[in-house]
Design a protein around this ligand. Sequence first.
Ligand SMILES: Cc1cc2nc3c(=O)[nH]c(=O)nc-3n(C[C@H](O)[C@H](O)[C@H](O)COP(=O)(O)OP(=O)(O)OC[C@H]3O[C@@H](n4cnc5c(N)ncnc54)[C@H](O)[C@@H]3O)c2cc1C
Length: 389
Amino acid sequence: MSSSHIATRAQFELRDEQRAIGALAAEIAQREIAPHVARWDREHYFPRELYGKLTGAGIMGMLVPEAYGGVGADYVSYALAIEELARVDAGTAVTVSVHSMICSAIAKIGSAEQKQRWLPRLASEDTIAGFALTESDAGSDAAALRASARRSTNGYVLNGRKQWCTSGSHAAVVMGMFRTGGAGARGVSAFLVEPDRPGITVEKITEKLGIHTSNTCDLAFDDVEVGGDALLGDEGAGFGNAMTALTAGRIGIAAQSIGILTACLDESVKFARERSAFGKPIGAFEGVSFKVAQMAMDLDAARLLTYRAAALADAGEAFGIAASKAKLFASTAARKHAAEALQIHGGYGYTTEFAAERHYRDAKITEIYEGTSEIQQLIIARSLLGRLD
Ligand SMILES: Cc1cc2nc3c(=O)[nH]c(=O)nc-3n(C[C@H](O)[C@H](O)[C@H](O)COP(=O)(O)OP(=O)(O)OC[C@H]3O[C@@H](n4cnc5c(N)ncnc54)[C@H](O)[C@@H]3O)c2cc1C
């Protein structure tokens, strides 16, 4: 990493333990992911065996309180770790990010029994968690979801179909949102469900543009019986709880975008120094060097926005708008500069010999999941204008 990036981080006066978590994630990513990621990407391979190593290092338990066997890290540390993972592999980064979002949600709103049951496993037993909100007709308009939870003698019966659940094939538990009451957001409740329960069919999405090392699945629920203890938080509070989880999740996606952007910058600088045309390194041409300058500036800005959102969350202050700004800015910059990084690599960038084409494919999703860029703009605008419609 260049010294300018370290200087940016230093402005937040990172504590030693925060730096240590980032450094640990960087070290694991270099050792366990970097040598394999090009092949994993090509083969659309979900490296299940990697998660035992990440668990052993404490990465999967970052947001689990120490009382439950986790690291009890803060959001700044979490952002640094996700960034370092994404710098090497964006697919691994989103798997860890979604998992951490569920750990955090259980720690905040879970019952004592749910915390005792799930948090130690999610922190230290090589167990992955997923999030199931989206449906075919309920994406940005998540409150339109139709999957239902009907009360039964022993608890609830779940029916419906969830779409694009990250880690769906490998998750031991998903936080799923189902309709328990009337229409709209107030009729939604959250449940902790094991995808291997009778009545659940998991169907893997095999072809995606990017993040091939992440697992994305549809989950069909046919008369799935769960106990009353599967309800996470209060009945009817599920939509609010899902939005709270997603707000924190946006710090993770902003950090994922920063990781991609950092890789694009590092690789662009290297290539622009090494590749010559017209008798000089291409970095000597303004057309190339100005792209690198803009990339570095946007990376700094994305980091500052993201660490600010994380620091606000750590301070217990409102951080929703800051998280939306961070996610919107960082994801836009990642998508834009991944294209520029590929351009700097010329024809080589279009081949799989260099990672630029993978970053280009991976970057796009950051503008879509956990709230599209348009939804982030709506959130930011409404915070200024109120609801005018
Ligand atoms: C690889 C991948 C992994 C995912 N992982 C998960 C997961 O783990 N769990 C989960 O629950 N979901 C997941 N998703 C779903 C993801 O969060 C949704 O795709 C996303 O929220 C957008 O919803 P949609 O696709 O239905 O698009 P739509 O909501 O149909 O939007 C289509 C377009 O319309 C725009 N639009 C919609 N409403 C407005 C508006 N009011 N104003 C302006 N523009 C608007 C959108 O911004 C977008 O450009 C994943 C998706 C993918 C592709």
